[in-house]
Design a protein around this ligand. Structure first.
Ligand code: G4P
Length: 520
C-alpha cells in the first residue's frame, strides 16, 4: 500500500556547534522516532553509534556521512536529511542540499552568523531553497533579538519575518510570543531536556508577574516588527526573499514543537522536477529518483556500495526494476534501505520526497536518474569550484593496480574530483577538492579500503574555470595556467591565482572561461 501521507523533506544547516545534533535529537524525540536522547549522533559517551561509521569519524567525533532520518508528525512524514557536521567544507554538503525542499538555518544566539552558516546559506539561495531560521541557545546569554534580525538582513540579504518573538532576553528564556495568535507560550524547564518540555499557552491578559515586564517588552518589539513589514508572507518566503524566524533552545526542547508545526504549515511539499529536456515530472507520475550521494565501505566485510536517492515522483517499491537513465540499463532494487547513519532498515515502499538507499549500486553515480515507465533524466547535481589541488601517486608501487582502482572508485563516488591530461599521463592524477578534508577522506579510504597507500604533492593552483577543447588548445603553454579534464568530460583551466585568471580572461577574450559556483 502506498503511504499517501504528505511529505516534508528538509535539512538543518549550521556552523559546527550551533546545536544541529541536539536539535536533530529533539525533533526526533518530539516525533517519538527515538525514545532516548542520544541515539542520533555519535559525540561523546552518551551518544550511540548511529551515524558514525568510519574510524576517522569516531576519532574526530564528527559525522562525515549523510543520510536521512524519517519520522511521522501530525500525520505527515518528515524526512530530515543530515548534512555533514564538520567545520571543513566538502562537496558532499552541497549535494545533500540538492535533495531537500527547504532548509532550517540554525543560528547560535551567542555567536550570530558564522562563516559556515553563510556558505551553506549561499548554496540554498543558489538552488532556490526556502530557509527557516531558528535562533538557538536562547537559554544562554547572547545577542539581542533585534540585533540578530539586523545581522540576518545585512549579512544574507534575507528579510527576517519572526513568527515567534522571545519573552525574556537571551539567558532568561521565559517563552515566546506567538506572533500569529498574540499568545504567550510559556516554557517550563525540565532536567536535561530528555523529555518534552511542558508549554502553556496564555492569552495576553492572563500574563502575570514575574513575566509582566518582559512580556510588555516582547509585545512592544513585536509591534515594531509589524510596523517594519517584518510579518510573514508565504509567497515571499517561497520565493527566497524572506525567512521566517523562531527562537529556541534545542537543549531544553523549547521551540521544537513549534519548529515542527512550522515545517508542516509553511515549508514546501515535494513538487516534482524538470528533466534536462524540459519535461516536467509531477509527484503523482510514475516513479523516478536521482542519486545525490554514493557511499561505500559502510560494511567493510561486504564492500557494499550504497547510492542514496531522493524520490522525485511516484511510489518506489522494493524489488522494483528501474531504468538507469544514463545507460538505459535495468537496475534491480532488490535491497533498498531506509538509512540513518549506520542503522538501516529495509524499506518496502517510498514516496516522493523520501530518501532511499540502493544497495549494490555499482553502476549508479552522483546525479544519475532512475525511473520506471516514461524516460526522464534530471539535470546533474551541480559541482562546485575546486580550490585545493594535489597530485596523487601510489605510495607503494607494487600496489599500483589497487591505487588506480581506488582512485577510480572515489572519483565515481564524488569523494574528490579527478583530473587528467595527456601531458601528465595517468600515473599521477590531479585531485581537486572544495575543502581540504576531502583529501584526508581519500587518504583514509585508500589505505583502509583499497590497501593502497597514497602520496600527495601540493599543486600551486587556486582557481578553476570551466573551458572547452578549443580553450584547452588556446591556453596550452601559457604560464600559470594548466587545462585538465575531469572524468565527466569537463575541461577545467587551473590558475595559480585569481589575478592570473583575470589577466588570462582579459588577454584571451575569445576563450571560454566560465566561473563555477563558488563553494568556499
Ligand atoms: P553541532 O551538531 O551543531 O555541532 O552541535 P551540538 O548539537 O553537538 O551542540 C554543540 C554544543 O552546544 C553541545 O554542548 C550542546 O549541548 C550545546 N547546545 C546545543 N543546543 C543548545 C541549547 O539550546 N542551549 C545550550 N545552552 N546549549 C546547547 P557540548 O558541551 O559541546 O556537548 P555535550 O557534551 O553537551 O554533548
Amino acid at each position: 500500500m502506498p503511504d499517501t501521507r504528505p511529505r516534508r523533506t528538509f535539512a538543518v544547516i549550521s556552523h559546527p556547534d550551533a546545536g544541529k545534533s541536539t536539535l536533530t535529537e529533539a525533533l526526533a524525540l518530539h516525533a517519538r522516532a527515538i525514545h532516548e536522547a542520544g541515539a542520533v549522533h555519535g559525540k561523546g559517551d552518551r551518544r550511540a553509534t548511529v551515524s558514525d561509521w568510519m574510524a576517522m569519524e569516531k576519532a574526530r567525533g564528527i559525522s562525515i556521512t549523510s543520510a536521512a532520518l524519517q519520522f511521522v508528525y501530525r500525520d505527515h512524514v518528515v524526512n530530515l536529511v543530515d548534512t555533514p557536521g564538520h567545520s571543513d567544507f566538502s562537496e558532499d554538503t552541497y549535494r545533500v542540499l540538492s535533495a531537500v525542499d527547504s532548509a532550517v538555518m540554525l543560528v547560535d544566539a551567542g555567536k550570530g552568523l558564522e562563516p559556515q552558516t553563510l556558505k551553506l546559506f549561499r548554496v540554498c539561495a543558489l538552488r532556490g531553497i526556502p530557509v527557516i531560521t531558528v535562533i538557538n541557545k536562547w537559554d544562554r546569554p547572547g545577542l539581542s533579538a533585534l540585533e540578530l534580525m539586523d545581522l540576518i538582513q545585512a549579512k544574507i540579504g534575507l528579510r527576517p519575518t519572526p513568527l515567534t518573538w522571545p519573552v525574556g532576553e537571551a539567558g532568561d528564556f521565559r517563552g515566546v510570543l506567538d506572533r500569529r495568535t498574540g499568545e504567550f507560550v510559556k516554557y517550563t524547564r525540565t532536567a536535561g531536556g530528555a523529555t518534552r518540555a511542558p508549554e502553556r499557552r496564555l492569552r495576553a491578559e492572563e500574563v502575570e508577574e514575574p513575566d509582566a515586564l518582559v512580556w510588555a517588552t516582547a509585545v512592544e518589539e513585536h509591534e515594531l516588527l509589524s510596523l517594519d513589514e517584518a510579518d510573514h508572507d508565504q509567497e515571499r518566503f517561497l520565493a527566497g526573499a524572506t525567512t521566517p524566524v523562531m527562537f529556541a533552545s534545542a537543549l531544553q526542547n523549547f521551540g521544537v514543537a513549534q519548529l515542527l508545526d512550522l515545517l508542516l504549515d509553511l515549508a514546501p511539499a515535494p513538487s516534482g522536477a524538470t528533466g534536462v529536456d524540459g519535461t516536467v515530472r509531477r509527484v503523482d507520475e510514475p516513479f523516478s529518483a536521482f542519486v545525490f550521494k554514493v557511499q561505500s565501505g559502510m560494511n567493510a566485510a561486504h564492500r557494499d556500495r550504497l547510492a542514496y536517492a531522493r524520490v522525485v515522483s511516484g511510489t518506489f517499491e522494493r524489488g522494483m526494476v528501474v531504468t538507469h537513465a544514463s545507460t538505459g540499463r535495468p537496475f534491480a532494487t532488490k535491497f533498498a534501505q531506509a538509512v540513518f547513519g549506520r542503522e538501516t532498515t529495509s524499506v518496502e515502499t517510498a514516496e516522493a520526497g523520501d530518501i532511499i538507499g540502493l544497495v549494490n549500486a555499482t553502476a549508479l553515480r552522483v546525479g544519475d536518474t532512475v525511473y520506471v515507465d516514461e524516460p526522464i533524466e534530471y539535470p546533474p547535481v551541480p559541482t562546485f569550484a575546486p580550490e585545493h589541488f594535489r597530485t596523487a601517486s601510489a605510495g607503494d608501487i607494487s600496489r599500483y593496480k589497487q591505487f588506480r582502482r581506488g582512485i577510480e572508485q572515489l572519483d565515481q563516488e564524488g569523494v574528490v574530483q579527478v583530473l587528467r591530461s595527456d601531458l601528465r599521463g595517468d600515473q599521477n592524477p590531479v585531485l581537486a577538492a572544495v575543502g581540504p578534508m576531502q583529501f584526508e577522506v581519500v587518504e583514509d579510504r585508500m589505505v583502509n579500503e583499497f590497501n593502497a597507500p597514497i602520496r600527495f604533492s601540493r599543486l600551486d593552483y587556486q582557481v578553476a574555470r570551466r573551458t572547452d577543447a578549443a580553450g584547452a588548445a588556446a591556453l596550452s603553454g601559457l604560464r600559470g595556467v594548466e587545462v585538465l579534464q575531469r572524468s565527466d568530460g569537463t575541461h577545467l583551466a587551473l590558475f595559480v591565482d585569481a589575478w592570473r585568471a583575470k589577466t588570462t580572461e582579459r588577454d584571451h577574450p575569445d576563450v571560454m572561461l566560465e566561473a563555477l559556483p563558488a563553494g568556499g
